[in-house]
Design a protein. Sequence first.
Length: 439
Amino acid sequence: MRAPDEDSPVYDWVPTRALRRAVGVLLVLLIAGAVLGRVDLVVLATPFALGTAWGLSRRPRLLPTAELVVHGDVAGEGGTITGRVAVDNPDRAPLTSVTVRTRRSEWLRFAHGTGTYVTTVAGHGGTDVLLRGRALRWGRHRIGPVDVRAYAADGLLRSRPVRVPGHPVRVYPVSYPFDAADAMPKAAGIAGTHRSRRPGEGGELAGVRPYQPGDRLRRVDWRVSLRNRELYVNATLSERDAEVVLVLDVLHEAGRSRPGQPSVLDTVVRATASIGEHYLHRGDRVSTLEYGPAMRFLRPATGHRQYLTMLEWLLDVRVLAAGATPTSRLLSHRTLPPNALVLFLTPLLDDNSATVLAAMARAGRFVLAVDCLPDGVRPDRVSEWTDLAYRVWRMERENLVGRLREVGVPVVPWRGTGSLDEVLRDVTRMAAAPRAVLR
């Protein structure tokens, strides 16, 4: 991203107020000396004429060039971003001063390098303005554009602004420490780390059975074999991977995003990154889905590459626009596989979210509602009735949570490490229980 460095016309340099004042004073002294016949006024005008002539004799003809260099366009929340604005003078005439003004996103806080900086540049020389700061919030941000303006001929000439386009910076959401017990409602893959109810090669003992051709000798249970005078082997359960669908409720936003005080959208995105990282590192298939009008969808996959793809996908999460209605295609079999564990990350601020959760539970889905409403989120006080209205709303929300639990939707607040363990174990026990089937 370099500005053009070709030879510039003379009109790229315009007079400054200093040049206008010098010429004005010179003309006034010369005219007054000629009219009044006073030689001393002409003598006083001589320094102004010599100084102006000396300064203009060193006027440049080429504009300075500027380049914005950012060392790495990817960072994490709280990470450091470094870069520099390189200013070069291709002309032999020195630049009296160069002003560099750098704009930035409000979520990039730089210790220095933003605002307006003034420096000098020698002929055929250059200088750098260092950029170093911290990323405060996830998302797609931008450093720049950068405006560079040079002053030459002892401040008598000023260049036209040289603008350098901005540089995009991707800030990934922070992943909170999260761990969950090895509990999954139904493992559906071919291989993985979760225990299934199917016999196969695994580490979970399912019992003993008579020896069959093809069984490995290391699985022979010698105590049972000696007691029965027949070879018996240990039977194990196979270990399979599972599919996890993370549904992001983007219908409403609440709270203000500040350092140490996340909003609803911040909590949803960061919780998604944490849960997704946990299951992907265990070898499970993870997909993400926005509950909104567009219903953006990230296909299920495994591994570290899927984790990076998910972080990139999360950068484009936006709250539902005012007046838009959420989609009704969330319950489709193509969208939500029947054996997948659905983690619905929601602040429970909209009745549509509760309706969808109840419908998934009645359809036999393995669904878990993760309450992402941060603590301390309160409406702005606009009257003496604000506190009372807030308490009434909290009671209505508690009733909504109770009704969801009655229809079989566990609701657990997001608290990071271990916050979902007990509920996941309950979901696993419910999945293992026999179900009534309508005929």
